[in-house]
Each structure stands twice: as structure tokens, then as C-alpha cells.
Write a protein that binds this ligand. Structure first.
Ligand SMILES: [Ca+2]
Length: 221
């Protein structure tokens, strides 16, 4: 079963002094039941208290403070704080370039060059058997063609959610971020969370404000 779980959370625009550069819904596997419960689940299963937050770091991509008005390309193997670029390349984007969902920076999962289709991952401590919820902000590079920007969330290398964001009406001043959520059950003392683009070209899905917390939703199926 796959469930598309998303809720709109548009953020206020920021001032622009933007230079010219152009610019994700999701099968939710297993965990926490059926599509008919989707709305209720979205509201009911917010991440638990801060005490239950995982050791995920740099969820807002604010580390590695880059130059204002700019973006910076990172290629596979390079680090962005506690994230590691897992494939291709990605662009760390400053808010003066386009609106961040949180703080000053966001991440375009597509970079540039010969391998623009990128991904980032990091590994953090988990408790086996516990359910965790990943909450993140999703948008899409407003540049490029009008096709939806697509990607996936992976846990330990397995896709747990595919996402798509139509950015044809997005602007760099108003990225129209949406909050997306997906859950997983930890099977080990550590878990690797990854975001990958599946969009060709240099204008990919954009993520920001990633958080992972233990979910008080009991067993999932
Ligand atoms: Ca941020």
C-alpha cells in the first residue's frame, strides 16, 4: 500500500535580490495504516517531544554558511555538515537566492555538471523496533521546464516514500513549501536516512527543515 501524505504549509516570501537561476507526494509504505486515516494521521502524529528527537543533524542545512545571494555546488562524497552527498551533485542555496523554508539555506537535490541528479544522506542513532517520523519541507526549483520535480526518501537504502512537487507556479520569492511526512520502524541501533532526486537536469526538488523524531503511534504495519 502506498499513501500520499502531505499538507500545504506555505511560508511568507522573502525579499529578493535574486540572480538568474532556475529552479515534489508520496507513497508511504507500510507504517501507520490506511489512506482513509490519512488526514487524521497527519494531524495526530506530529513528531513527539524534543526529548524524543533523533540525533539527526543540520536538518535545516544551515551549516556551512555560504555567501549571501549565492548557491554552492557539492558533489558525491562531499559533506554538508552531518549530511554527505550520496550521489551526483546538489546545490546548497542561500535564502537571498531563493526562499528557504527555515533559516537562511535550503538544498536543491539537483546540482550541475555531468551528474546533476543528486542525493544526501546521514546516519543517526535509533532504537530498534521504535517508529520514527521524518518531517521535512518540500518545494521545487522554479526554473527549468514545467515538469514536476520528483525524488524519494530512503531508509537504509530502501525507498519509503516517493515525492513530487509541481513548481510551475513557484517563484524564488515564494517557493510554496509543503510539509511532507513519512514513517519508518528502526531495525538497528543506527539508521541511514537519504533524500534522492529522480529529476533529470539541473532543476530539482528542494528540501529544508528536516526533522526526525520517535513517533508515539505504536506499531505500524
Ligand atoms: Ca534552512
Amino acid at each position: 500500500m502506498t499513501v500520499d501524505i502531505s499538507s500545504v504549509d506555505c511560508r511568507a516570501p522573502v525579499p529578493s535580490r535574486l540572480r538568474d537561476r532556475s529552479g515534489h507526494a508520496s507513497p508511504w509504505r507500510r507504517f501507520c495504516v490506511g489512506a482513509s486515516l490519512m488526514g487524521a494521521l497527519t494531524a495526530a502524529f506530529a513528531p513527539t517531544s524534543a526529548a524524543a528527537t533523533s540525533g539527526l543533524g543540520n536538518g535545516s542545512f544551515e551549516q556551512l554558511d555560504i555567501a549571501p545571494d549565492y548557491f554552492q555546488n557539492f558533489v558525491a562524497g562531499e559533506s554538508i555538515g552531518t549530511w554527505r552527498v550520496s550521489m551526483g551533485s546538489v546545490d546548497l542555496i542561500r535564502a537571498n537566492f531563493w526562499q528557504a523554508s527555515d533559516g537562511r539555506q535550503s538544498l536543491d537535490l539537483n546540482g550541475s555538471g555531468d551528474r546533476p541528479v543528486g542525493g544526501v544522506q546521514q546516519t543517526f542513532a535509533t532504537r530498534p523496533g521504535e517508529t520514527y517520523e521524518v518531517v521535512y519541507s518540500l518545494a521545487g526549483n522554479p526554473g527549468g521546464d514545467a515538469t514536476a520535480k520528483t525524488g524519494a526518501v530512503l531508509v537504509n537504502g530502501a525507498v519509503v516514500q516517493s515525492f513530487s512537487f509541481g513548481s510551475s507556479t513557484s517563484t524564488r520569492e515564494d517557493m510554496r513549501y509543503q510539509t511532507r511526512k513519512v514513517r519508518f520502524i528502526a531495525i538497528g541501533l543506527s539508521t541511514t536516512l537519504e533524500f534522492r532526486s529522480t529529476t533529470e537536469g539541473a532543476y530539482g526538488p528542494v528540501i529544508d527543515d528536516v526533522d526526525v523524531g520517535r513517533c508515539a503511534c505504536g506499531a505500524t504495519s
